[in-house]
Design a protein around this ligand. Sequence first.
Ligand code: ASP
Length: 322
Amino acid sequence: MTYSLAIHGGAGVISRDRMAEGAERAHRAALERILAEGEAVLAAGGSALDAVTATVAALEDEPLFNAGRGAVFTSAGAQEMDAAIMDGRDRRAGAVAGIFGPRNPIRAARAVMERTDHVLMIGQGALDVARDAALPFEGAAYFRTEARWDALQETLRQMAAGTLDDDPARRHGTVGAVARDRDGHLAAATSTGGMTAKRPGRVGDSPIPGAGTFACDATCAVSATGDGEVFIRWAAAHEIDARMRLGGQDCATAAHGIVMGDLHANGGSGGLIAVDRDGRIALPFNCEGMYRGWTIEGGPRGVAIYGPAADPGTDSGTDSGT
Ligand code: ASP
């Protein structure tokens, strides 16, 4: 059996007409580097679970993306992070919401999965689990980037003036990974700072199994990005599993169907990455772009930012398949 890995850095892309050449190069280089890091885990015979953990931790460490270091700010000027991980072997899952402190929220989510009887934890209890697991903590100076702070100021200014636009790069972003390992097991992981200027205490889809994150060996692993409230209401990730399991659809049909159909029709701008039990990857999005990368052992490999939202290995190709 071969391995497959797909990663995303969110649907909150810088619009093509505003994307400077240097910034595009930096985003693509970061995606390439982190894709290679995750792939190394799978190529060495590592598990899908370890691959998505390592990949999402690397994406959190990269300040270009909205998760961990470089997370967006709430309306009160704080950073509140959400993350989830799910193991397709038995649907075990762990998640944290609204936390600040652990350098890698995804490792805190994994600690919830592995060290407690619970799935989703918040507040001091979640931080205690991370501390008990000896995970590194960081302070405000580590997580803060001027670009995210400026994005908050601009958003607050626009909100006060009643002229709020929907520039995706200023509003949101997320990171995620899905993998199938050589044993045929699936896993998914997602981490985010959420939406710029969100209310304190707001939780998005990313840490909710079945909404922004899902994995089951029988069907697929999914990590989503976009307007979290709509992804929660349409149980986006689980909907793909349901269409496959109950409706007999293949993963790509189900994934593109929910993103281009219900999500799009109901204001759910965004996309997702999915891998099925045969290692096929789907990368649908209904907006201008989604930072993304993919690799299938012995098959297609590449990174892309803008459309078309074509899947690796399909005839339609992508904007940068290698
Ligand atoms: N889905 C994330 C949230 O709602 C944001 C994003 O992916 O852009 O928190």
